[in-house]
Design a protein around this ligand. Structure first.
Ligand SMILES: Cc1cc2nc3c(=O)[nH]c(=O)nc-3n(C[C@H](O)[C@H](O)[C@H](O)COP(=O)(O)OP(=O)(O)OC[C@H]3O[C@@H](n4cnc5c(N)ncnc54)[C@H](O)[C@@H]3O)c2cc1C
Ligand code: SF4
Length: 547
């Protein structure tokens, strides 16, 4: 029987050694490592806790988990699992829940090309001290990326193979943070083997995805961390001897606001969340670098489709328990075509095949009828998406590079991205050309966005937001230093004692691969520095909290 990790609000104490804000990759690592170092740790997460089996499996449940935010537009619960930020220039999708984006992502775990870290966008120390490699090792041993051994037997993998003829580069199995065998993981949590149901992006109802809620958070809890959900941090303020973290209940009223004190605060609320909190804190008088909000990157991340090819793809999830008896679908991403550019890093791209979650299945024909792009959509409505033309739907995820020239500002208290002309970034034309070729190779039509007729429009969208609190050598070049300590804006390199940002916000450029492993590794690295700076040792014992 899986036990909840979160505690009741009545158990929240007045003060802790450390408050970690947010519970995605950065937050999970910080909570686990600092709890292991003997610190009294409190994690504050704005979203809900989902146990295995509680993720949305059908369209009405999925709808209840959608929140749309953009300027004055607000709809859905503030704790909805899928947080869509509709922007004037670009849209962003992030996860909201205990475990952050790990709950709804595809779990692809890749290390960037070495040229990414050779770029002067990073502080020199990141390259120099060797701790980043240690960070990647630690991240991999907890998250355990694996390639599905029978990837080539999956229909969708073979469909990608056919599309790869366009590039003369065969696909390879993608490393994903999924347990393909029954296992007791390094946090002591039992995970059953993946059923290849394909629903990774609406939440794994099997328990096979190695999310933060399955790994670092149970580890943190086993080492004494207290975890609270459905509390949104509004801002932080410097107090005598530490920090005051001001929160409001996520779906509550301002009158129910409260605060908790800590010597150390780790902001790990994600690219938008941590930048928002610092922007609001600056409005309350906190001194910070003038670069706060800058260097926003969409990581050249694109989702697009191809339809009408002759061969089946089987790219719609069946869920668990399966809604449709079929051959195995596969984890959301099973294969990828790697297209590195040896001369110009930014022209490199990776094309991954993806799966649409089963809860979205009833909507797929509707989207394609609305767009008038699929003559057989009516047939799909009748036969379901598993047998009709939509069983030939290719979903492509592409990751590449942009120039990270977006800027996050506050609009009505929430993050808004300004990036005039972003749709003209060369990456989008390059990806369009590549996917058009891939679609032609399988006799299909390339569809850039079936959402063109909706409020999402034709603007670019990303699920890999990066930057906003970028690393730099000093306050003129960034918001945090290489150890993720926040510059106080008073001197070039002087920092606020006990204030850290550890998440995608600190990444100062596109990385050209899916970012979860890099965020985890950078936070592991920052925790090694924090421990050294404060004479803390990590407790390496495997104290577990078995179900
Ligand atoms: C559909 C989808 C598919 C993806 N697929 C992949 C993939 O295959 N591989 C990959 O590497 N990446 C993928 N990503 C991206 C990846 O999940 C993110 O880059 C990653 O989760 C970011 O980690 P983080 O620690 O920066 O923040 P997050 O994981 O976003 O965690 C931040 C947490 O902070 C919470 N929070 C925010 N504001 C507040 C506040 N004010 N108070 C309290 N809590 C707050 C949020 O609710 C969230 O839980 C995908 C993302 C999506 C949405
Ligand atoms: S394919 Fe299904 S069982 Fe496997 S990790 Fe994804 S959601 Fe979980």
């Amino acid at each position: 029987m899986q036990q909840r990790l979160s505690s009741r609000l009545s158990q929240l104490e007045r003060a802790y050694d450390v408050v970690v804000v947010g519970s995605g990759y950065g937050g999970g690592v910080a909570a686990s490592r600092l709890a292991r170092a003997g610190q009294r740790v409190c994690v504050i997460e704005r979203g809900k806790e989902f146990l295995t089996g509680e993720f949305p499996a059908r369209l009405p449940e999925l709808r209840r988990e959608l929140q749309l935010n953009g300027g004055t537009l607000r709809s859905g619960s503030r704790t909805g699992l899928f947080d869509f930020r509709l922007g004037a220039d670009i849209h962003v999708l992030t996860g909201c829940g205990l475990g952050g984006g790990s709950l709804i992502n595809a779990g692809v775990a890749l290390k960037p090309d070495a040229r990414v870290f050779a770029d002067s966008a990073w502080p020199e120390a990141v390259r120099r001290d060797g701790l980043l490699d240690l960070g990647f090792e630690r991240a991999s041993s907890m998250l355990r990326p694996a390639r599905y051994r029978d990837a080539e037997a999956l229909t969708k993998y073979r469909a990608l193979e056919a599309a790869s003829a366009a590039f003369d580069v065969p696909p390879v199995a993608a490393p994903v943070v999924v347990s393909f065998d029954d296992v007791v993981n390094p946090a002591g949590v039992s995970q059953p083997a993946c059923t290849l149901c394909g629903d990774c992006c609406s939440g794994c109802n099997v328990g096979a995805k190695n999310t933060i809620a399955m790994t670092y958070l149970p580890d943190a809890k086993a080492h004494g961390a207290a975890i609270f959900t459905e509390l949104s941090v509004a801002h932080i303020a410097k107090e005598e001897g530490g920090w005051r973290v001001h929160y409001v209940p996520s779906n509550g009223k301002d009158a129910e606001a409260g605060f908790v004190d800590a010597k150390t605060v780790v902001l790990a609320a994600g690219t938008l969340g941590s930048t928002e909190i610092l922007l609001r804190s600056r409005e309350h008088g906190l001194g910070l670098s003038d670069t706060l909000g800058e260097k926003f990157s969409a990581n050249g991340d694109i989702i697009a489709f191809a339809l009408g090819g002759k061969e089946k793809v089987n790219g719609v999830g069946v869920g668990h328990p399966p809604k449709f008896v079929s051959e195995a679908i596969g984890a959301c991403v099973a294969g990828q075509i790697e297209l590195p550019d040896g001369e110009v890093l930014d022209r490199s791209m990776i094309i991954q095949e993806g799966v649409m979650p089963s809860a979205l299945a009833p909507l797929l024909p509707v989207f394609f009828i609305a767009g008038g792009r699929l003559l057989g959509a009516a047939q799909s409505l009748i036969k379901g998406v598993y047998q009709g033309p939509l069983s030939h739907l290719h979903t492509f995820f592409v990751v590449s590079h942009d120039d990270a020239a977006g800027r996050i500002t506050l609009d009505n208290g929430s993050a808004q991205i300004h990036w005039p002309g972003v749709a003209g970034q060369p990456v989008y034309a390059r990806v369009d050309a590549a996917l058009t070729k891939a679609a032609e190779a399988v006799g299909a039509r390339y569809i850039k966005s079936p959402l063109a007729a909706t409020s999402m429009g034709t603007k670019p969208a990303t699920a890999h937001p990066l930057g906003g609190c970028g690393m730099g050598d000093n306050a003129k070049g960034g918001v945090v230093n290489h150890k993720c300590q926040v510059f106080d804006g008073k001197g070039d390199e002087s920092v606020h004692a006990g204030l850290y940002v550890c998440d995608g916000a600190v990444i100062p450029r596109s990385i050209g691969v899916n970012p979860l492993l890099t965020i985890t590794a950078l936070t592991e690295r920052a925790m090694v520095h924090l421990a050294r700076d404060h004479n803390l040792g990590f407790d390496a014992s495997s104290r577990t909290r078995r179900e």
